[in-house]
Design a protein around this ligand. Structure first.
Ligand code: CO8
Length: 260
């Protein structure tokens, strides 16, 4: 299979650019999640790598989030395996000891937003057509507690509550206003700005920064680690319900219809 996650390591700067390249929309299938996890694991072990910039090769889309077809019409066993891979990627990214910067060069709904908010810093293209947020309720599904926690840790409880209940997708300017992203720059400058930002983060004594990051994030990570199996069981029983499968079907059909 051709690579869906491209890793470009610059050993002179210690920065790796990890590019999602899974057309048409960089949705996170089981294959993509697995490859992504392995790439992050390798970088984490690489002593020469201190920072990761996460971006997309697709114009207009950072990531469409989880691949809905992995959750629709699949066996409970498949759903469990898929969910375990989603957990694994989040644990690796949110818990990374490296500096992580999201170069959000397009729309980033649901799981895409989760990945961006799992990074230490977010730079987004200043295009109001690009949306970012946890829109799960709009699909009739419920973002799990660790999606919520990641959101709360980024924007605070009030904005997270509005955002999650209403399934809000924020335009880039609105995302900046509520603190969901840290900075907007013109589209062609997203990656360069991410590199400049990374250089500033890497100038901080790394050991102190790592311990501080861990102090901030460990309680959130430990919560999932201690409820991992229950979270999988909960996902599987929820997603395989007839009513939820029906919602997903309607949503998928809506996505397809929009085009014609
Ligand atoms: N999964 C699978 N297929 C997708 C997805 C997706 N997330 N998103 C888009 N596609 C498909 C479309 O159906 C379409 O397929 P086809 O070519 O066969 O018609 C193709 O990709 C291209 O999509 P669009 O034509 O819509 O492309 P656009 O460039 O017009 O728009 C967007 C791109 C903005 C990304 C748009 O596709 C979109 O909004 N997608 C849906 C995003 C979304 O809502 N994702 C939510 C996924 S759920 C999730 O991530 C967390 C779930 C937590 C589960 C908790 C349960 C307990």
């Amino acid at each position: 299979a051709s690579s869906k996650i491209q890793v470009e390591m610059d050993s002179s700067t210690g920065i790796a650019v990890v590019t999602m390249q899974s057309p048409p929309v960089n949705s996170l299938s089981l294959d993509v999640l697995t490859e992504f996890c392995i790439s992050l694991e390798k970088l984490e072990m690489d002593r020469g790598c201190q920072g990761v910039i996460l971006t997309s090769s697709l114009p207009k889309i950072f990531s469409a989030g989880l691949d809905i077809t992995e959750m629709y019409g699949k066996s409970p066993e498949h759903c469990a395996e898929f969910w375990k891979a989603v957990q694994e990627l989040w644990l690796k990214l949110y818990g990374s000891s490296m500096v992580t910067v999201a170069a959000v060069n397009g729309s980033s709904p649901a799981g895409g937003c989760l990945m961006a908010t799992s990074c230490d810093y977010r730079i987004m293209a200043d295009n109001p057509k690009y949306g970012i947020g946890l829109n799960e309720t709009q699909l009739g599904i419920v973002a799990p507690f660790w999606f919520r926690d990641t959101m709360v840790n980024t924007v605070g409880n009030r904005v997270a509550e509005l955002s999650l209940q209403l399934g809000l997708l924020y335009s880039a300017p609105d995302a900046l206003r509520v603190g969901l992203v840290d900075q907007l720059v013109p589209e062609q400058e997203v990656l360069r700005t991410a590199k400049d930002t990374m250089a500033k983060w890497l100038a901080i004594p790394d050991h102190a920064r790592q311990i501080t990051k861990s102090m901030m994030r460990k309680p959130t990570i430990d919560k999932l680690l201690s409820h991992r199996e229950a979270d999988i069981a909960n996902f599987v029983s929820f997603i395989t319900k007839d009513s939820i499968q029906k919602s997903l079907k309607m949503y998928l059909e809506g996505l397809k219809k929009r085009k014609n």
